[in-house]
Design a protein around this ligand. Structure first.
Ligand SMILES: *Cc1c(COP(=O)(O)O)cnc(C)c1O
Length: 532
């Protein structure tokens, strides 16, 4: 082989040529900064046909600029969501402390499968998980956990522990004909279905308990369902409680669920199901747990303080969960993927160990730490721990309190504005979180009255099929008429989670993830609705 050419190749792609690399980084940075001048919808549309018709690989070795050019159009055509008009969904701009952490991680590229391939990056994962666990469970003794590639997979870990609790050895033997179910609420995230399907439980064996108006699982209906299941000798592997539903920020009463599970498993002499809390969105409320509302050092307004106090009460529920899902890439404004699966008691990970009957690996006090023995994934990115520790310490607890409280404040402002419009109805007025779900009906209708009649089941099928589609029609009308440089981009859900009498209720949706969103942007939403 031509040694000279080979050397050149190796030098271009494997030596650290700092000026060449920083030059390209700095060009990419300038390109992101230029997004400031674009409205969020002003980006290019995709061309999947061309993408399929033009698979691409250069023939000759190039340089770093070729690498840049190959991806640049797609990079440019991707919105970083830094624009404060983005309120559609649970996605925010990634914070720059996380950027530093994530870049550092990319430079070293650890594989968190075992100590050998990640050295101190594995230590960082332990530190990140323990820090998050202490925020969530509030100074717990022996937590543990791992970062996963998303909330779906973190929920899968919780469900899998439950499955092993009720069908010991299922990792080896499978379900062996046992009828096993999982339970979640009707407002829970669809990843619960993914999990039940992929675990072999089956989506049809995932039971959805209806919620009350605040999007919290109905405990009375859960109790009735548990009795019915246990009387038929059906195994309940897990209950996945939701701490912050994706659309409306409903929060299940985890303490009440735990008390019920303890009582029922005792009464029927069955193993306790895993009580997992899906806090993918809601976890960030724990940043406010220790905020001193009496001294109020951040000088929050009284209305906001009241919300913070309510949030503090809700946060206590998390302490009753066996395990929890945290998506740091959501309200942590971290880089994808930064999801963590955390158990309150480390010994529970024995259910995931490859040889459950052996002495659990994790009970050995100073055994080296090899997550690959219990993780679903083999190669695992280190982005999560780097993003989390850089973000938590760069921004600091007080910084996180400011970001979280500000999102709560803007949420409440929009709720208050909309409540004053009689043809609007805020559907999640009583949840404490960062999202608003609401109806807009044609002027002249009394939205509150229609809603009350809906939940009392007094609307005729004709009325339902007239009113409910109006919500979407007006949403589409706004989308057509809005000024993309001034009007916030909103989301729409076909069912916000509360389904009285089995009716799916559609809603407009705004989610406050962007720290740069202002009062003016919020007020313009209400103003725009009045102009429709
Ligand atoms: C987003 C979300 C998930 C799924 O998380 P991914 O990281 O997108 O896989 C699960 N549960 C809830 C409540 C969510 O909001």
């Amino acid at each position: 082989m031509d040694r000279e050419k080979y050397q050149e190749l190796v030098s271009t792609f494997f030596e650290w040529n700092q000026p060449a690399i920083s030059q390209i980084f700095s060009e990419l940075l300038s390109a992101v900064a230029a997004e400031r001048d674009l409205s969020p919808s002003g980006l290019m549309s995709q061309n999947y046909e061309t993408a399929r018709a033009n698979p691409e690989i250069n023939v000759l070795p190039g340089n770093l600029k070729n690498a840049r050019d190959a991806i640049f159009p797609y990079f440019w055509g991707t919105d970083s969501w830094n624009n404060p008009l983005h309120l559609e969904n649970v996605k925010g701009p990634a914070n720059h402390a996380s950027l530093i952490g994530a870049l550092a991680c990319l430079l070293k590229n650890p594989n968190l499968c075992t100590d050998r391939y990640s050295q101190r990056s594995n230590e960082l994962e332990v530190k990140a998980v323990t820090t998050l666990a202490n925020l969530i469970f509030y100074h717990t003794d022996d937590p543990w956990g791992v970062f996963t590639i998303g909330g779906t997979i973190s929920n899968l870990y919780g469900a899998k522990i439950g499955l092993e609790r009720v069908v010991p050895g299922a990792m080896r033997t499978g379900l062996m004909g046992h009828r096993v179910v999982g339970i979640c609420s009707q407002a829970s995230h669809y990843s619960n279905q993914t999990v039940a399907g992929w675990l072999g439980i089956g989506t049809e064996n995932l039971i959805h308990i209806p919620t009350d108006e605040k999007l919290a699982m109905r405990i009375d209906l859960l109790e009735a369902k548990l009795d019915e299941l246990y009387r038929s000798n059906i195994k309940v592997a897990y209950v996945c409680a939701t701490f912050g539903t994706t659309d409306a920020f409903g929060i299940d009463d985890i303490q009440a669920i735990r008390e019920l599970l303890v009582a029922k498993s005792k009464a029927y002499s069955v193993p306790m199901p895993q009580l997992h809390a899906d806090a993918a969105v809601g976890w960030a409320m724990v940043m406010l747990t220790d905020y001193d509302t009496a001294k109020n050092p951040l000088r929050m307004e009284e209305g906001l303080l009241e919300i913070v106090r309510e949030v503090q009460v809700k946060n206590k529920g998390l302490r009753y969960a066996d395990s929890v899902t945290i998506d740091f890439h959501k309200l942590g404004r971290g880089h994808y993927p930064s999801s963590a699966f955390i158990v309150n008691r480390r010994e529970d990970l024995k259910y995931l160990a490859r040889t459950v009957s052996d002495t659990p690996y994790f009970s050995e006090a100073d055994a080296s730490r090899d997550p690959a023995l219990f993780t679903l994934e083999c190669s695992r990115p280190g982005l999560g721990p780097y993003s989390v520790i850089a973000s938590l310490n760069g921004i600091g607890l007080t910084g996180w309190q400011m970001l979280t409280a500000r999102a709560l404040e803007l949420t409440q402002r929009l709720k208050d504005r909309l409540a004053k419009i009689e043809y609007c109805k805020v559907l999640n007025a009583d949840t404490r979180g960062v999202s608003v779900n609401w109806w807009v009906l044609p002027k002249g209708r009394n939205a509150e009255d229609i809603y009350q009649r809906l939940i009392r089941n007094e609307l005729t099928p004709e009325q339902l099929s007239r009113y409910l589609p109006e919500v979407k029609q007006l949403y589409d009308k706004r989308t057509k008429m809005m000024d993309p440089t001034l009007d916030a981009r909103l989301g729409f859900t076909t069912s916000f989670g509360y389904c009285p009498h089995g009716i799916d209720i559609p809603a407009w949706k705004a989610v406050f993830f962007n720290p740069k969103t202002t009062e003016e942007i919020v007020d313009r939403i209400a103003y725009g609705i009045e102009e429709l």
